[in-house]
Design a protein around this ligand. Structure first.
Ligand code: ADP
Ligand code: MG
Length: 162
């Protein structure tokens, strides 16, 4: 069975968001077929295309034997377990889990797009990703560093270790 390196973006902006993000990072490591690699620090960002309080963000590296669709299903189950209620798109949420990267896969269908379609435009994803691996290659988009520079005007504040 092959092991794939995947990255998951974790975000929360309701309730005790820092605790939710920390608990979610640990819960990712307990998914069957997933092993938790590095976790980024926690960051704070203003809501973007969204409403409500500031977001707490982090990224987790996973080593997984699940395929991308199965992993995505586990992430959605975890969102539900943390009490996320889907109302309108971009509504405030208890927990948002995005599959950012799955190995070097590029994929697009109605359920799943890889890399995550907005990853390269969001400083709150790029900064924690680059903290884990500054030399990361984004499938179809090249090295992470120019995207990070392009998003430098977005306010993202480092909080501290996860
Ligand atoms: P956001 O992408 O801003 O986090 P939502 O979480 O509200 O937005 O909605 C994302 C929708 O996009 C989900 O219904 C999900 O099926 C779909 N989707 C497609 N690709 C991905 C991906 N790589 N990671 C997470 N959701 C994805
Ligand atoms: Mg999402």
């Amino acid at each position: 069975m092959s092991v794939v390196r995947a990255f998951v973006g974790v975000g929360a902006n309701l309730g005790d968001a820092q605790t939710t993000v920390r608990q979610a990072l640990q819960a990712l490591g307990r998914i069957d077929g997933c092993q938790l690699g590095c976790c980024s620090s926690l960051y704070r960002s203003a809501p973007q295309d969204a409403i409500g309080p500031d977001f707490i963000n982090a990224v987790a590296e996973l080593h997984t034997t699940l395929d991308a669709v199965a992993l995505m299903q586990r992430l959605q189950a975890l969102e539900h377990a943390f009490g996320r209620v889907r109302t309108v798109r971009n509504a405030p949420r208890t927990l948002d889990l995005d599959l950012l990267l799955y190995g070097d896969s590029a994929h697009h269908d109605e359920r799943l797009t890889l890399p995550h379609p907005r990853l390269h435009r969001r400083a709150f994803v790029l900064q924690p990703l680059a903290e884990i691996d500054a030399s990361l290659q984004l499938p179809g988009l090249g090295p992470i560093s120019p995207w990070l520079k392009q998003a430098a005007d977005q306010r993202v504040e480092l909080i501290g270790p996860a």
